[in-house]
Design a protein around this ligand. Structure first.
Ligand code: HEC
Ligand code: HEC
Ligand code: HEC
Ligand code: HEC
Ligand code: HEC
Length: 205
């Protein structure tokens, strides 16, 4: 019996130690690999809407919905009214699509909107601003990651071509998940390399 107890004790210890390593590791280095995005109240697929026309999507621009992303701190999520611009008429062609669009219409009719679950969320003591980053990447296209931006004749890059640097290929995700750690080390490394602010008060309140 004492032997069994010892074994259980060892196992419990091992599990606790593992949990500790996991917790510290994820706090400092980022997300556990392969983490899934949250289940949303409506299964809104970026693939259908933002995916390229060649891949069967509508090819909508990221800034068509995330309207504030190059204008202020928050990218913002579109209101149900914006979705209804199309979905008052478009009801879906598959069973699954029709079920999800019915939820959207119900959210519009009740006036309650959709309570989307945040995927990316920095702690409250940290501030992040989208506009400065979007502008920086638009004028420094060589710093864009995960994308091959097509540069306009005047050398300009579209705002939507820079998002992949931090968010990956959202247009190819049926369900959004976080792909980059976006922890302090990640932010500071990029700031050091690109003359961004590195004083504590730049990012902390
Ligand atoms: C038709 C509107 C629409 C378009 C176009 C669109 N999005 Fe979204 N996006 C949404 C909605 C609605 C959500 C919230 C639900 C979700 O997370 O899937 C969202 C969520 C996100 C999130 C996660 C936000 C969070 O909670 O952290 C990111 C990142 C994002 N979009 C980036 C993009 C990028 C990049 C593009 C262009 C490739 C794009 N979106 C195009 C509507 C849109
Ligand atoms: C520019 C028009 C347009 C806008 C704006 C738009 N959609 Fe769609 N959406 C479509 C089209 C087209 C389809 C494909 C319908 C089909 O199956 O033929 C679709 C499909 C869908 C589906 C079903 C996907 C599936 O699994 O088949 C959902 C859910 C959906 N949209 C949610 C949203 C939400 C939420 C918003 C607002 C954030 C939104 N849409 C904004 C045009 C739009
Ligand atoms: C330099 C990295 C970076 C780039 C580039 C970037 N984002 Fe983000 N994004 C973040 C971070 C960090 C958060 C979480 C912010 C927070 O919690 O305050 C976020 C949150 C979001 C959110 C949810 C919260 C919100 O602000 O509404 C959306 C939607 C989003 N990003 C869309 C986009 C789109 C679209 C683009 C491209 C036009 C883009 N992002 C470019 C880092 C980035
Ligand atoms: C791709 C590289 C890159 C990443 C990743 C990045 N930044 Fe930045 N950031 C910059 C650069 C470059 C500037 C300076 C932009 C300028 O001066 O116009 C900047 C500026 C800022 C500013 C100041 C904006 C202003 O109003 O002057 C804040 C705050 C900030 N970043 C926070 C963050 C946080 C928090 C993260 C991590 C979640 C982060 N950044 C990740 C490159 C990056
Ligand atoms: C470029 C942006 C940036 C700068 C500059 C920055 N931080 Fe941070 N810091 C962050 C982010 C993002 C987090 C949140 C990491 C996370 O999600 O756990 C953070 C978290 C922290 C935490 C909490 C630790 C934790 O793991 O939760 C402390 C303490 C901290 N920072 C102190 C500092 C001090 C002191 C300085 C100046 C020497 C500084 N930071 C400069 C972005 C920054």
């Amino acid at each position: 019996m004492p032997k069994a107890k010892l074994l259980i004790g060892l196992l419990v210890g091992l599990v606790l130690f593992g949990a500790f390593v996991f917790f510290v590791g994820s706090a400092w280095f980022g997300l556990p690999v392969g983490a899934q995005g949250p289940e949303q109240p409506i299964a809104y697929p970026h693939t259908t809407h933002a995916g390229s026309v060649e891949s069967g999507g509508l090819g909508l621009d990221c800034t068509f919905c995330h309207r504030n992303v190059d204008k202020g701190p928050a990218a913002t999520i579109p209101s149900v009214e914006q979705c209804m611009f199309c979905h008052s008429k478009i009801g879906g062609t598959t069973d699954r699509g029709q079920t999800e669009i019915a939820k959207l219409r119900a959210a519009f009719e009740s006036g309650e909107g959709v309570k989307w679950i945040r995927v990316h969320r920095l702690p409250d003591h940290v501030q992040f601003v989208h506009d400065a980053h979007v502008r920086f990447l638009m004028v420094n296209p060589d710093k864009i990651v995960n994308s091959t931006p097509s540069i306009g004749l005047d050398g300009s890059v579209n705002a939507a071509q820079v998002c992949s640097t931090c968010h990956g290929q959202i247009a190819a995700m049926a369900k959004v998940k976080q792909i980059r750690a976006l922890k302090m080390g990640d932010c500071v490394d990029c700031h050091r390399a690109n003359n961004g602010p590195t004083d504590c008060t730049a990012c902390h309140y």
